[in-house]
Design a binder for this molecule. Structure first.
Ligand code: PEP
Length: 261
């Protein structure tokens, strides 16, 4: 059975004090989670991934040390393993601290830092080489959807960024479908729109690899997912959880999303 995951992308938000308050509040909620009818992890929750800013990585890891089902990663890595790249962070550094995941190709990286699929493919490869699990983000802009090009665009992002991997590699990564028009806008894709794209992505994986691989891979939805709409989105067959931005900054909201399966 494929994993259910709720991931929080804090982006460039929160002071150290606020960040610690958030994770400590979240920890208390996770500790007091009563058993659910359909437990996915030993504590009955879906897997939780946290993506704080780099500078808080160690402190967040410390809070969730030895927690089954809560993992911590970073929002980006550099595409080279080491060297004269002032201000950048390598996957080795993240892994050596205990980080396990990295976002790759978030639309804010694609748009503000001109990251294209070729560069992202390098980042995916280096992440995996260093034992980090990539969460590869894809998704169309509004004009692409309005022009009916959203399927084609997402297919291209996946072909260039992901489909060069072999079966053993690809089954370890996580895909996040994030329509750019829904990120931080309060405008969510409808559950039907999300399901339609997730089913399409799964079909692409099946065509390129196999039914079995497609069935095992976790595909997250991201884009103004919140405590009110998460349950409806997560109820869709091919939506395996969410990548949450704004609503991951409040422990109450984020925890309600975690409980939405
Ligand atoms: C994101 O940044 O990945 C995201 C989905 O943001 P938001 O939930 O705020 O739309």
């Amino acid at each position: 059975m494929r994993k259910k995951i709720v991931a929080g992308n804090w982006k460039m938000n929160l002071s150290a004090k606020e960040a610690l308050a958030l994770v400590n509040e979240l920890k208390v909620k996770i500790d007091h989670q009563p058993d659910t009818k359909n437990p996915k992890n030993s504590n009955g929750l879906p897997e939780v991934l946290l993506f704080p800013p780099y500078v808080y990585l160690s402190r967040v890891l410390e809070v969730f040390k030895n927690y089954e089902g809560v993992s911590v990663g970073v929002q980006n890595i550099h595409q080279e393993g080491k060297g004269a790249f002032t201000g950048e962070i390598s996957p080795l550094m993240v892994r050596s601290l205990g980080g396990t995941h990295t976002l790759i190709g978030h639309s804010e990286r694609r748009i503000h830092f001109n990251e294209d699929d070729e560069l992202l493919a390098k980042k995916v490869a280096l992440a995996m080489k260093n034992g980090l699990i990539p969460v590869y983000c894809c998704g169309e802009m509004l004009p692409d959807r309005e022009a009916g090009k959203h399927f084609q665009l997402v297919a291209e992002q996946l072909k260039k960024g992901v489909f060069w991997m072999n079966e053993d590699e690809v089954k370890n990564i996580i895909i996040a479908y994030e329509p750019v028009w829904a990120i931080g806008t309060g405008q969510t894709a409808s559950p039907e729109q999300a399901q339609e794209m997730h089913a399409y992505i799964r079909q692409l994986i099946s065509d390129h690899y196999s039914n079995k691989i497609a069935d095992e891979m976790t595909i997250l939805y991201g884009g103004s997912c919140n405590a009110k709409n998460a349950a409806e989105l997560f109820a869709k067959e091919d939506v395996d959880g969410g990548l949450i931005g704004g609503a991951s900054l409040k422990a109450d909201d984020f925890f309600r999303i975690i409980q939405s399966f």
